[in-house]
Design a protein around this ligand. Structure first.
Ligand SMILES: NC(=O)c1ccc[n+]([C@@H]2O[C@H](COP(=O)([O-])OP(=O)(O)OC[C@H]3O[C@@H](n4cnc5c(N)ncnc54)[C@H](OP(=O)(O)O)[C@@H]3O)[C@@H](O)[C@H]2O)c1
Length: 282
């Protein structure tokens, strides 16, 4: 199987590159080899490489910057997935794509299911939703995995920021009223590989570990497991204004994915232990 992987330098893309390796031959252009902002370059690349499967982990993920760079966010997060889906449909191949809980309105305290109404709060969320809908409407075989709070031993993420700050701070204010599930990029890649191998039905799936926490709870666990004695003060989102509005409720239900794979997803705490030890031991 010839797998085209987009976004291999990102958190999820890096993990996919090695996790999918046993499944076939991976072609994974970085941005110097293929500029994903250029639709003609993408079309030419697809034509030249004729993949049997496309895994798209590329995205415009700078949530705050997206508020001012709407055109770029839409190109990467909406127009690119639409182009890939059209190609997948025309060539009868499967497209794997990643999305975000930021497509939901983020209010209340119910857990979102795949059929919950969407209503993004930000340019980023709106662009991700447009990408999901374009894929769903394309008629292509697809797997869209909506995930949240992605982190890993590589790249820029909350876990690494907390560890860096813990080196010279004794006290930190951390948002405690946004609730979700921190998701390691490696878990996303491992589940993607299982989904390909077991050929789960085309569709949209939530993919996060089990359990829930706040950024404050996540930070406390990071400090405890890494042996830092930082005092974490809980604060409200309103005390930490950002250009893009964040959902307070990022709880997503994963029953559909667990049913399709016949597994129980691991807890976010056990996943943090694994990711932290990978980072601290490397
Ligand atoms: N991060 C999160 O918290 C989060 C939460 C929910 C969902 N997601 C979704 O999960 C997926 C993976 O996220 P991630 O955190 O792994 O993203 P990431 O680390 O920001 O990686 C994004 C990837 O896209 C590539 N890219 C961006 N613009 C490009 C361009 N013009 N040409 C070529 N490549 C380009 C980047 O390349 P460079 O390295 O060269 O920039 C990088 O490889 C995305 O669909 C994202 O929306 C992420």
């Amino acid at each position: 199987m010839n797998i085209l992987l987009l976004g291999k330098t990102g958190q999820v893309g890096f993990e996919l590159h090695r996790t999918l390796a046993p499944l076939g031959t991976i072609t994974a252009p970085d941005r110097t080899e293929l500029d994903l902002m250029n639709p003609q370059a993408v079309a030419d690349y697809l034509e030249a490489h004729q993949p049997d499967l496309i895994a798209n982990a590329a995205a415009y993920t700078a949530v705050d910057a997206a508020e001012e760079h709407q055109a770029e966010a839409n190109q990467l997060n909406a127009a690119l997935p639409e182009q890939l889906a059209r190609y997948a449909e025309a060539n009868t191949i499967r497209l794997i794509h990643y999305s975000s809980d930021y497509v939901y309105p983020g209010n209340g305290d119910e857990t979102w299911t795949e059929s919950s109404p969407t209503d993004p709060l930000s340019v980023y969320g709106t662009s991700k939703l447009a990408g999901d809908q374009a894929i769903q409407n394309s008629g292509a075989e697809h797997l869209i995995f909506r995930t949240s709070w992605v982190y890993s031993a590589r790249g820029n993420n909350f876990m690494k920021t907390m560890l860096r700050l813990a080196r010279d701070k004794t006290e930190l204010n951390i948002v405690a009223d946004q609730i979700g599930a921190p998701t390691p990029a490696r878990l996303i890649a491992q589940i993607t590989s299982m989904a390909i191998q077991t050929n789960i039905p085309s569709g949209l799936y939530h993919l996060v570990p089990s359990g829930e926490t706040s950024w404050h709870g996540f930070a406390q666990k990071i400090f405890r497991l890494s042996g830092h004695s930082v005092k974490a003060n809980p604060i409200q989102t309103s005390a930490y204004p950002t250009p893009a509005k964040r959902p307070l409720n990022s709880r997503v239900n994963t029953a559909k994915l667990e049913g399709a794979l016949n597994i129980q997803l691991p807890t976010w705490q056990s996943q943090l232990e694994l990711t932290l030890s990978e980072y601290l031991n490397k």
